[in-house]
Design a protein around this ligand. Structure first.
Ligand SMILES: [Zn+2]
Length: 63
């Protein structure tokens, strides 16, 4: 669950981000690439971009 940084409201997650053939996030080194997702606050429209499985990029377990 993600909360809006402005109001603390629970954000709606898993919106897709598209631009051309798609945006991916990669570490500086390595070959992994993950597709970012967006969460939107239903109260104020604040958008937060996140990755569903950050450990794939960072090598660390999700907090
Ligand atoms: Zn909000």
């Amino acid at each position: 669950m993600r909360n809006c940084m402005r109001w603390g409201a629970e954000m709606q997650e898993d919106f897709r981000i598209t631009a051309g053939t798609g945006i991916v996030i990669r570490p500086a080194k390595g070959h992994v690439a993950v597709i970012p997702r967006a969460a939107v606050c239903p109260k104020c429209g604040e958008v937060s971009i996140y990755v569903a499985e950050p450990d794939k990029l960072t090598g660390r377990k999700k907090a």
